[in-house]
Design a protein around this ligand. Structure first.
Ligand code: FA5
Length: 374
């Protein structure tokens, strides 16, 4: 093995010449200064301080120098590398600070902006009110029942003891989807005019005792005006059991109005006629605004009940035994009561709505004050 060359001069090694080292250093410093992003700086770092960079290669040359030349060459290369690393760290810090400042501006959040420009939707007050009424009966053990809106004429009329010539069957009152068919006038198809056909459907579907409540949409050929709409909602109640009387009907209705309007509320019955109930009645509830105190009291008029003290709720009565027979229920053993009323009218007087058209036009200025219940 040959000894190191004692006369070896580092200045003579091309890569270690002072001007070469200075050139490498200056090129590195220029590259760092020119880097205008952290990515560009990273590329410059690899090129000028990585294992294949000119200064790293020069550093490797030092190992082959004789001992007396190593120190001087090492010092020269070391100083150059120190300057390069320092410039790299300085430029790195500058570019990071620039990036942080830019991100702060670009990603800043204006906390004064509205948090949500799309107003949230909510269910219609008719829907939420109808469910609230149904819940009163569900809490008493009633079951929710449903029926089709496009209904057989038989369920809508015949099963409920409407005679063939009853005026409600006329085209002027009922939307017929299909007229009666054949020479014998077989049942046609109608848009149901009330929720009462669900009474017949429920009795055919179940064995007594039957306790059902049916909220739903119904249709009549009424013009849209302040108190009528051709599409509206009703709630139907039916109870069929042994020993039910009109007193059960009244007690149930008293409970409903007290749940919805307050404990001091009560109902009253007035005679009426429905083919499917016998006896039949119109049910009124005490005016929840004046509690009847406006009657005969001109100093305290009440707009809600027109100073009559009572508000009409809907129709009711004991289920006509003919309906029980048509649905296969023994009227000797079972009796029942039924009740049906319009949701729009109830919502109107509960919230002092003067025009029913406001409920159907879909204007959020009407629905918003009812709250955003979903
Ligand atoms: C009936 O529809 C019977 N089925 C109710 C019934 C059920 C009686 C069970 C006996 C036993 P009536 O035709 O009166 O009854 O309608 C009931 C309610 O529907 C009315 O009190 C009213 O509040 C509402 N109503 C009727 N027509 C309209 C309409 N065009 N727009 C809004 N509400 C209406």
């Amino acid at each position: 093995m040959s000894a190191p060359n004692k006369s070896y001069d580092p200045v003579e090694v091309e890569a270690l010449k002072p001007e070469e080292i200075e050139r490498m250093r200056d090129e590195a410093l220029a590259a760092f200064a020119a880097a205008d992003s952290l990515d560009a700086l990273h590329e410059a770092k690899v090129a000028h301080t990585g294992p294949a960079s000119p200064l790293a290669l020069a550093n490797r040359e030092i190992g082959a120098l004789p001992p007396h030349a190593k120190a001087e060459a090492g010092k020269r290369v070391g100083m150059a590398r120190g300057a390069v690393n320092k410039a790299l760290a300085t430029r790195q810090a500058e570019l990071e600070a620039e990036r942080d400042a830019r991100v702060l501006v670009e990603e800043s959040v204006d906390v004064t902006l509205p948090y949500d420009r799309v107003p949230p939707g909510a269910r219609h007050p008719l829907t939420t009110f109808m469910e609230r009424v149904a819940d009163v009966f569900v809490s008493m053990g009633y079951e929710i029942a449903e029926g089709p809106e496009v209904e057989a004429e038989w369920f809508n009329f015949d099963a409920l003891n409407f005679g063939p010539d009853h005026p409600a069957r006329q085209m002027q009152d009922t939307f017929f989807v299909e007229g009666p068919k054949g020479d014998h006038g077989e049942s046609g198809v109608v848009l149901r005019t009330h929720t009462s056909p669900v009474q017949a459907r429920s009795l055919l579907d179940r064995e007594p005792p039957v306790y059902i409540v049916c909220p739903g949409r119904v249709y009549r050929t009424d013009e849209l005006d302040a108190t009528h709409t051709p599409v509206f909602h009703q709630i139907e109640l039916l109870a069929v059991d042994e020993g039910l009387t009109m007193a059960d009907l009244k007690g149930t209705m008293d409970h409903m109005v007290q749940s919805l309007f307050g404990p001091e509320m009560k109902t009253r019955l007035r005679p009426n006629y429905f083919p499917f109930t016998e006896p039949s009645a119109e049910m009124d509830m005490l005016c929840y605004v004046c509690k009847g105190e406006s009657v005969g009291n001109p100093d305290r008029p009440c707009r809600t009940c027109s100073s009559e003290g009572w508000i009409e709720l809907g129709g009711c009565g004991m289920v006509n035994p003919r309906v029980l027979v048509a649905c296969g229920v023994d009227p000797e053993k079972y009796s029942g009561f039924a009740f049906g009323f319009g949701i729009e009218r109830m919502l109107m007087f509960r919230h002092n709505v003067e025009d029913m058209r406001d409920m159907v036009e879909g204007d959020v200025r009407f629905t918003r004050p009812f709250g955003m219940e979903i």
